[in-house]
Design a protein around this ligand. Structure first.
Ligand SMILES: [Zn+2]
Length: 141
């Protein structure tokens, strides 16, 4: 009789998995460097509700991580557009759109609560971010 056992290593970065405080979930503690987690954080930041960097798929973000050594949000602001433009699936127009989205973000900045949300702190979404900012008088509305 065979038994199915829980994985012990992260399938992406091969780090030893850790049991959550609740004892229910296994997670990869390599959150700074695990490529899957980096892609998810960047994808979360790029979405319409936060950074609004339009037209980027998770697959394209994964390519930034793998080939351009993009590891965090700040790296999105120093992308090598000339290189990206050469990639299949990226034309001049999509690179222009990407540049435009990033330039708009630089120009307009992020609301404080969106910045909090973008940090991907467990349990801190838009609403909690707003409440934290309100309680610290960062939002005058
Ligand atoms: Zn991992």
């Amino acid at each position: 009789m065979s038994t199915i056992s829980a994985p012990t290593k992260c399938p992406v970065c091969n780090t030893d998995l850790v049991l959550s405080k609740t004892g229910i979930d296994l997670f990869c503690p390599n959150n700074e460097k695990c490529p899957a987690q980096v892609v998810q954080r960047l994808s979360y930041f790029c979405n319409r509700d936060i950074g609004n960097i339009v037209g980027l798929s998770d697959k394209q973000i994964a390519r930034f991580v793998e080939e351009l050594d993009v590891n965090d949000i700040l790296d999105l602001f120093t992308l090598d557009f000339e290189k990206i433009e050469q990639w299949e699936g990226f034309g001049k127009r999509s690179v222009e759109n990407l540049k435009e989205s990033i330039a708009k973000l630089v120009e307009n900045g992020l609301d404080d609560y969106k910045l909090l949300q973008a940090l991907s702190i467990e349990g801190v979404g838009a609403k909690t971010g707003q409440l934290i900012c309100q309680s610290m008088n960062y939002i005058s509305k």
